[in-house]
Structure formats: C-alpha cells, structure tokens
Design a protein around this ligand. Structure first.
Ligand SMILES: CC(C)(COP(=O)(O)OP(=O)(O)OC[C@H]1O[C@@H](n2cnc3c(N)ncnc32)[C@H](O)[C@@H]1OP(=O)(O)O)[C@@H](O)C(=O)NCCC(=O)NCCS
Length: 409
C-alpha cells in the first residue's frame, strides 16, 4: 500500500467490516442470526474503511447521538465505535488516516463532539481526545439488610418480562438520560446491539427491573449472573450491566432490590458515577469495595467555539483561555469564558494575552467538569501564564455533580 485511501463503505461491506473489527478484538465473526440483529446498529453512510487491493484492512464507524453539557444544553455528537486495523496492517498509519477522515466527516455533519471508549489509553490522545468522564467499579456483599433503615426508600421495583424489556427501558432511559453532564441519547440500533442480541440471539437470561418514582417509571437496572464456573450458589456474583436512576431514592431502591436477589453472594457494577453515594446508603460501608476506577468517555471537542458557548459556567469573574488544536486550526484561539457566555476574542499569539493555555484534549478533561483546571495545571496538561487565574477557572468549570455517560458503545 503506498497511499492510504479512506472511503465510506457500501452497505454490502458492513458485515466484512464487522468481522474485521471483531477479529481485531479477538472475537469470532457473527453468524447469520447475530448479524441480522447487529446490522441495524450501523448508521447509514457513517462507516469508513481502508482497502489493500480488494481487501478491507481497516475500519471505523460512528452513530449519531446527543450529549448534555453542564448547564443543560444538548449538543450533537458522533459516537465513535468499532475501530479496528487488521493485525498484519497495524502501525502503518491506517488508524491515523481514518481518524483524520472521520474528524472531517463529523465536522461536515455539524456535530460538535466525537466520543468513544478506548480499548487502550495510549491510542486516541494524539487525535485530540481526552478523558472527560470516569467511573468506579464496585462490589457489594449481597444482603438487602445492609441498606440503612433510614436511607431513602424510593418506590416499588418490578421485574420486566422479556418481551417488554427493550420498549420499557428505552422509554425510561429517554426520559431520564440527559440529567447529568455527559449523558447521551441512544439509538434503536444501540438497544438492538446491547440487549436485543442477548435476548433474542444468545437467548441469555437477563434480569431487568424498573423503579417507579413519584412521577412514574424513572430508573432501571439490567443484570446477569457473572461467569464463575463451579461457584456455589452463595458465592455467585450478579453483574450489573446498565443502571440509571433519576435521584438518590431510585438509586437506593434499585440497590436494595439487587442486594436482595436470591442465590447470589455479591453484586458487582462497573463504571458507576464517581459520586454515587453507595457507601453512604449502607449500614456497613465496608461491605462495598471499590475494586477499580477507569476512564469512561473519551471526548473530542470538534467545534470548540460551539462547545464553549453552549456550556454553563460558575463564578462571576471571566477567564482568558487559549486553546490549541493541531488537527483543527479553526478551533485555535483565545476564548473569554465568563458567567453565562464564552466567545473567541482573538487568535493564538495575537494581542489578547491568555491567562491559561491548554490543548483540545486537556480542554475535554475539564469541559464536563471531571477535572478541575487547577489539577490540570498542576499535572502539566494546562499551563498558567497568569497563575491567579487558576482559581477563577476552577469556579467557572466546576460542576455540582460528577459527569457520567453510563452508556457503553
Ligand atoms: C489500535 C489500532 C486501531 C491502531 O491502529 P494502527 O493503524 O496501528 O495505528 P497507526 O499506525 O495510525 O498509529 C498511530 C500512532 O499511534 C500509536 N499507536 C497505535 N496503536 C497504539 C496502541 N495500542 N498503544 C499505543 N500507541 C499506539 C502508533 O505507535 C503510532 O505512533 P507514532 O505516530 O508515534 O508512530 C490497532 O492496533 C487495532 O486495531 N488494535 C486492536 C483493536 C483495538 O484496540 N481497536 C480500538 C478499539 S477502541
């Protein structure tokens, strides 16, 4: 291969692209039934590929979504996924070519953000992605009596029949997803991929419950029995795949339910919000172990002026922030960020002297409120030509709740 030609794939190429991506993650190809359920999760015209001769050797796709930012505005987003390069074509720049082409495509579509989950932490920073949300893995001893008697009780929790799982959860999700910064919308294709395939093709057992609050159904949890071959009933683990609640009462009710499921010894949940106060709900906080903490959403701010203008800010005093973006020069400049507004007030190196400077990846780390600018300055992600501006930036970017996405893709 001399030149790398990134092209949108035809619908007929998608099954091959899916198999290529699967193989890159060491997964087998989908059989006909699995592919029939998966094909719909590819959004038309959004899958890119690179060929070597007639052979597809690299692919990346995305689906359209929307994300809520601090202050409540909802902006369009490309949810990037299924990125893979054939094992005999890696480290020749194929991913780099695809990421550049995809970024252009996302910008042309007018989408403000691209976001993804990274298989490895070293891959996407060079393309301007930064870790914008993180989550905690927790394991709790299964005992409903652990939840404090005076913890919020919430409303009833009911088990769903298989046929109603997707329609009911989709409805509850749509009404509650955009509460917390970082929350995103899900497509029908996402539901088909995440749950439809497990229910209809794998015929897996799925435990799905809904919480009803004062205004109707407002939270849910989806779980399955963890894979621990040979474990006695009392030692088995219930793995939570998906859990959202509108408030702390719903959170408490769902956890109380999960901890009371018979024939399990513990409940484990991955990537919960950093501020989910599970230990505060338990009489014995040590019954809840934090067993990991990881990056969740990697965010690429594709349109910095739009993203900065859309976000709400705390504090009253303005901050002058220089943003650098090697891949998208249109984003570069000095921005004045103030209570209620943010706008570009000059080019880099111009007469307006910035108080703080960051790359577009470092901006993503503070944008949803996950990292304070002072942490980013202290660790070298941002620089502070005007050190006393750091406190003002902390007040401007700070959020009352931890940002969290809660949707894996
Ligand atoms: C990760 C993957 C997509 C990279 O593709 P690639 O075509 O080899 O990437 P490139 O050749 O464009 O590499 C660009 C740069 O990133 C670096 N890089 C690539 N993959 C990396 C990784 N996994 N860890 C750290 N650096 C990596 C390269 O060394 C290169 O650095 P350089 O510019 O300093 O030389 C590919 O290895 C792959 O398919 N892996 C398995 C599936 C996977 O993890 N997909 C991602 C799902 S989120």
């Amino acid at each position: 291969m001399s030149t790398i030609d990134v092209r949108p794939l035809d619908p007929d190429d998608l099954r091959g692209a899916h198999a290529l991506f699967g193989a890159a993650l060491h997964h087998p190809p989908a059989d006909d039934a699995a592919w029939a359920r998966t094909a719909g999760s590819y959004s038309p015209g959004r899958t890119l590929g690179v060929h070597d001769g007639d052979t597809l050797v690299a692919t990346a796709t995305s689906f359209p979504s929307e994300m809520v930012v601090p202050g409540g505005a909802v902006l369009s987003m490309a949810a990037v996924t299924r990125v893979g390069v054939r094992a005999d074509h890696t480290r020749r720049g194929l991913l780099t070519a695809m990421m550049r082409a995809q970024l252009e495509d996302v910008a042309e579509r007018g989408e403000a953000f691209a976001s993804l989950r990274a298989s490895e932490a070293g891959i996407y920073g060079r393309f301007g992605y930064g870790v914008a949300t993180r989550g905690r893995d927790v394991r709790v001893r299964a005992d409903p009596a652990l939840v404090r008697a005076d913890a919020p009780r919430g409303g009833p929790v009911r088990l769903l029949e298989r046929a109603e799982i997707i329609p009911v959860l989709r409805d509850v999700y749509e009404r509650n997803a955009l509460r917390r910064p970082g929350g995103i919308t899900r497509t029908d294709g996402w539901w088909g991929m995440a749950l439809g395939r497990r229910l209809e093709v794998d015929r897996a057992h799925v435990l799905a419950v809904v919480h009803t609050g004062p205004d109707g159904d407002d939270g849910f949890a989806v779980a399955h029995l963890g894979d621990e071959p040979g474990a006695a009933f009392a030692e088995r683990r219930l793995d939570v795949d998906d859990m959202h609640a509108a408030d702390i009462a719903g959170t408490a009710a769902l956890w109380r339910f999960l901890l009371g499921v018979d024939l399990i010894g513990s409940v484990q949940a991955r990537l919960r919000p950093l501020d989910e106060p599970l230990d505060l709900l338990l009489a014995d906080p040590r019954a809840c172990a934090v067993i990991g903490q990881h990056d969740e959403a990697w965010l690429r701010i594709v349109d910095v002026p739009e993203a900065l203008a859309a976000r709400g800010y705390g504090g009253a005093a303005p901050v002058l922030l220089a943003v650098h973006d090697a891949l998208r020069e249109t984003n570069a400049g000095v921005y004045r960020i103030a209570d209620g507004a943010a706008e570009r007030v000059g080019p880099l190196g111009g007469p307006v002297r910035p108080e703080l400077e960051c790359g577009v990846d470092g901006l993503a780390m503070a944008y949803l409120g996950d990292r304070r600018p002072s942490e980013l300055v202290a660790s070298g992600w941002w620089t502070a030509p005007e050190p006393e501006a750091v406190n003002r930036a902390d007040l401007a970017f700070g959020t009352a709740v931890s940002p969290w996405c809660g949707t894996f893709f």
